[in-house]
Design a protein around this ligand. Structure first.
Ligand SMILES: Cc1cc2nc3c(=O)[nH]c(=O)nc-3n(C[C@H](O)[C@H](O)[C@H](O)COP(=O)(O)OP(=O)(O)OC[C@H]3O[C@@H](n4cnc5c(N)ncnc54)[C@H](O)[C@@H]3O)c2cc1C
Length: 434
């Protein structure tokens, strides 16, 4: 029976049937409608949705197959969460080399979006550390894929948006760490010039760098924010308690609006604790600050919200980001969760991977209808002109023309799509009818 389903942005809301997978050895369903794997639904838009189709929910594929504490190699099914991997490997001195800003994502979702983290300039994206995975196609074929075995299937499936088939299990390389701690500092910067200077000066000595930007500031303060940097460290601190905070209901209206945003941005920029020297952070608040409030996405009310994440090449980054922040500030729409980071130059492994050299800006906007969509289209104009790209994992609205400009390899990629797989995203951005 069709179910009403949304992703993390809670927009769009679409009808689709759902099957829960429970064994990696089972055949795929013989469905009359297109299928799509669905991990933990932490993508913001429709890349994990399949209107009028069938979602293959993978969280039931949650078994660890083996872990070797001498080499740090983990083999697990594709529905295992990064959080579960950390719980297993960290006590033995290992950690995932790349992780996004939430640990509530599955291994399959991490590969299919080839996710990146705050250490992209050192460690590139997730697929760099994937030793191999199994790809299960609807005709029953199963391919073991790695950079050396079936490399074309590997390259198409990494960042392949779940369209090339079902990833059943994967073998991943972890990296050594001294414990759950990070040592680093955080500091205010007054404008974009200062961000770029800080980033340049930090990338050599710090593996993890990221900045929060005040999107409401204007004039001379445009682009001000807080820069945070750190490295894995040995240390002894008190482990934070696992948070049980939970937004228990969806408010009838977004709690994030022009007024609250102005106040929140001011308060956050000037808060005590924004500037810290030689801080020791637990990995939880350092890597996953938002994971401490479960279902925080409800704060945006029943209409949900948009996330916009773009990357623009280095040579145009300062001008383009400046222009975007100016448009956002002028629009009065504002964003609170605005993140700025420089990606590194190590190429991604996937034909369709998003992360590429340049500066990435990620922002959340309450869904204010046409006005918000118009602002996002303006941001797309700037991204397109700069030769950048928008991240499909975060998108629910980019036009087909924009997508095809950002990912000109989409036609070559199409040859690898499983004939029985499709997604709402793919139909929207390519005009495909299946
Ligand atoms: C708070 C927050 C912070 C985030 N920070 C970052 C960040 O810093 N960097 C970043 O890159 N992303 C970030 N993201 C986005 C998130 O990491 C990606 O969207 C990720 O792919 C979600 O994984 P998931 O398991 O929830 O998969 P879903 O969202 O359910 O699916 C994502 C894609 O993977 C495909 N897929 C899932 N499982 C399989 C499988 N077994 N086989 C084949 N295809 C499969 C789906 O079809 C879909 O196309 C963030 C998201 C949130 C909510």
């Amino acid at each position: 029976m069709a179910q009403d389903t949304t992703s993390w942005g809670r927009w769009p809301r679409q009808q689709q049937s759902v099957t829960r997978l429970s064994s990696r050895f089972d055949a795929l369903p013989d469905a009359a409608v297109p299928m799509l794997p669905h991990g933990n639904g932490r993508s913001y838009g429709d890349v994990c949705l399949n209107q009028n189709g069938l979602l293959l929910k993978t969280r039931g594929l949650d078994r660890f197959i083996r872990f070797d504490p001498r080499t740090g190699v983990v083999e697990c099914e594709s529905g295992v969460l990064l959080r579960e991997i950390i719980d297993l490997v960290l006590p033995q001195g290992w950690f995932p080399p790349v992780t996004p800003g939430t640990a509530f994502i599955t291994v399959g979702g991490a590969i299919a979006n080839d996710v990146h983290g705050k250490n992209h300039h050192r460690m590139a994206s997730f697929s760099r550390h994937v030793l191999c995975f199994e790809l299960h196609r609807s005709d029953g074929a199963r391919y073991i894929c790695s950079p050396s075995e079936n490399p074309a299937w590997f390259g198409a499936t990494v960042g392949g948006l779940g369209l090339t088939g079902l990833i059943t299990y994967a073998r991943l390389q972890m990296r050594r760490v001294g414990g759950p701690w990070f040592r680093g500092d955080s500091q205010r910067f007054g404008n974009l010039d200062e961000f770029f200077a800080l980033s340049k000066a930090s990338d050599h000595d710090f593996e993890y760098t990221v900045a929060w930007v005040d999107c409401v500031a204007a004039g001379k303060q445009l682009g001000r924010g807080i820069f945070m940097r750190g490295n894995h460290a040995h240390g002894e601190g008190r482990e934070p308690k696992q948070s049980k905070l939970h937004l228990p209901f969806t408010p009838p209206l977004s709690l994030v609006n022009g007024l609250s945003l102005k106040m929140l941005n001011q308060l956050y920029y000037w808060r005590g604790g924004a500037v810290q020297d030689d801080a020791l952070w637990h990995y939880g608040p350092f890597l996953y600050p938002l994971d401490s409030i479960l279902e925080w996405n409800r704060i945006y009310g029943p209409r949900g919200f948009f996330q916009y994440q773009c990357v623009v090449p280095e040579q145009d980054a300062e001008r383009s980001i400046h222009e975007m922040l100016m448009r956002i500030s002028k629009s009065g729409i504002g964003s609170f969760l605005a993140v700025l980071k420089n990606f590194g130059t190590m190429p991604s492994q996937g034909l369709m991977s998003f992360a590429r050299p340049g500066t990435t800006l990620a922002l959340d906007f309450p869904n204010g209808g046409a006005k918000t969509l118009a602002l996002l289209e303006t941001l797309d104009d700037i991204t397109r002109e700069a030769g950048g790209a928008v991240y499909p994992a975060k998108d629910a609205r980019m036009s087909a023309a924009s997508f095809q400009r950002y990912f000109p390899m989409w036609r070559a990629f199409s040859a690898y799509i499983d004939p029985k797989f499709s997604s709402s995203f793919w139909r929207r951005v390519t005009g495909s009818t299946i």
